[in-house]
Design a protein around this ligand. Structure first.
Ligand code: ZN
Length: 301
């Protein structure tokens, strides 16, 4: 029996070996139709869908004005409104992939990024900044979530938010206001009796972000599910009031045309073994090709 929820983790990790092409937006309605039909035949009824591919362009991280859905901040095109009707026509539920940890370094003012105790910005994946999800980016995201929730999506998967030590002005102020003392330069030197408070302060960073995002998302889409990219057990427990799925990072199918799939063993098994009642013989390397390039036009369906 097929599971009630078979999620296709449509996410591309940047900079994978052999990746010499990057995804582009598919605007041909006939090809979109083919892609959705292919995903359904592969046995999926739900997918994580990327709506911003800009971290493949220029310096690392997403460009917040490059989203492919309407929003208050500025966007590249409203592609989502063209994709969703096709997906829904074929019974595919769409969960939007939303990167909330890796942004282009100049996308937001400097006080929006994670910095160390000396004020040096943290660099992720070689370039691009780690956004601080406690600062102004949290309110920005809540408004983006509200705009996403205007679409008939099934929910949002947050890639992040990151629980991290940060000495930006906002983290310093929150800590000072909460504990009546400056944010310590070396948390490890804090007395043992204070370690739990510091840990709770760190956990609030992603948990508060998820709460804000959920508030925005469900303003117009009250039944939208929300899930985030793991985190430690404290973070997962703290976000439970607003999330519906745990441990979603595993299962992503790595982007790299015609190369070995990096999915979890469970996902690889899924694609390399017969699927009861479904088309047989689809393999993970075929999936990589379909999702990553316009070669899908030439595939047999
Ligand atoms: Zn911060």
């Amino acid at each position: 029996m097929a599971p009630a929820l078979a999620i296709l983790g449509n996410h591309y990790d940047f900079g994978q070996p052999q990746a010499n092409r990057h995804p582009t937006i598919e605007n041909d309605p006939a090809v979109i139709e083919q892609l959705v039909r292919w995903k359904r035949r592969a046995g999926f009824d739900t997918e994580f869908l990327m709506v911003n591919h800009s971290y493949f362009e220029g310096q690392g991280g997403d460009d917040p004005k490059a989203y492919c859905f309407k929003n208050f901040y500025g966007y590249r095109e409203d592609w989502l409104s063209r994709y969703l009707p096709v997906a829904h026509r074929h019974g595919m539920r769409v969960i939007i992939y939303f990167n909330c940890h890796w942004l282009k370094a100049a996308a937001f003012p400097p006080d929006c990024y994670v910095v160390d105790a000396d004020g040096r910005p943290k660099v992720l994946y070689g370039d691009g900044g780690e956004i601080c999800c406690r600062g102004p980016y949290r309110q920005w995201s809540e408004k983006m979530a509200e705009d996403l929730g205007r679409y008939p999506i099934a929910g949002v998967f947050l890639d992040g938010p990151v629980k991290d030590s940060c000495w930006c002005p906002h983290c310093r102020k929150v800590f000072q206001d909460r504990h009546g003392r400056p944010l310590p330069e070396k948390p490890a030197d804090l007395p043992l009796s204070f370690q739990a408070d510091y840990e709770a302060f760190l956990t609030e960073m992603p948990a508060g972000y998820v709460e804000a995002f959920a508030r925005g998302l469900r303003k117009h889409n009250p039944h939208a599910v929300l899930c985030c990219n793991g985190g430690d057990s404290r973070q997962m427990k703290a976000t439970l009031p607003w999330t519906q799925l745990l441990g979603e990072e595993g299962g992503f199918v790595g982007y790299a045309p015609a190369c070995v799939c990096r999915g979890t063993p469970a996902v690889r098994a899924r694609f390399n073994s017969p699927w009861p009642g479904r088309r047989r013989g689809l393999r993970c390397r075929e999936m990589s090709r379909v999702l990553s390039s316009r070669e899908s036009r030439n595939m047999k369906w």
